[in-house]
Design a binder for this molecule. Sequence first.
Ligand SMILES: [Zn+2]
Length: 322
Amino acid sequence: MFSNYQYTVTERFLRYAQIDTQSDPLSDTFPSTARQKNLGRLLVQELQAIGVTDAELDEHGYVYATIPANTDKPVPVICLCAHMDTSSDCSGANVKPIIHTKYDGSDIVLPDDPSQVIRAADHPYLQGKIGDDIITASGTTLLGADNKAGVAAIMDAAHFLIRHPGIRHGAIRILFTPDEEVGRGVEKLDMQKLGAQYGYTLDGGELGSLEDETFSADAARITIQGVGIHPGTAKGKLVSAIKIAAEIVAALPARPPRRPKPPKDAKVSFTRYVYREPWKARRSILLSVILLPRNWKRMSSCCAISWKQCCNATRRPAPPWR
Ligand SMILES: [Zn+2]
């Protein structure tokens, strides 16, 4: 069955990666950027073409679709979920994915900016991929594997199941969401309409890994107003907003307390990512405090390569979880 199947995941991924779906943390609209719907529209067309007839893109940018049940057994409805947007921290326009066939274990130099090198020594994970094909960006943009790899995997799974009706299964709901990278991905989600009892988000790390809990993270925005005054008469009067901010940051626990577990009857959970605001250090500053999730290292592992490339490219400091 598998040996005869022509996988479509790679060509799908290459196609989706070239569609700019960056979300915008500063936008008040939903979805935060209209361009995310461009991928949504394509996914609906492709789902309908393979026979998933109820595929639809709603006004908020969610794609809902169903692979109908082909068994009479009373089995739960499950959901396969992935987000369509990409991070706002690095350009998602004009992405040129490159396939490095039969990876030989050496450093990978990205051609559009040869200073961008994915070093095997920095990514021990790559040693387990020798002989495999590896897809990277070209050096000036993100790749968008987070999470178009998940989108492509779900699309190929749908294609496979439709082509192989002998595989018995219950109803499978497909959900593609916008704005996950800006922490708003489930804001307008209609859980009633989704109608799934269990959900799997394909947005993770290594092949075969499964995470059975997720986190809640939140952000607080604090504006600190200092007191500016001429240095000649400043003694006892000048108040540095930056110093107050430093005191607040220093008072935060290095290891946040364990978050409470979700209620036992929570059936579907979705990841929400944290994001940072830039520091603005003048007389008054805007301070964004991020409460890092307890298992933040694991949760961000899927972004490892793209984050590094992204931060190098833009000369910004690495995010705190790298
Ligand atoms: Zn993701």
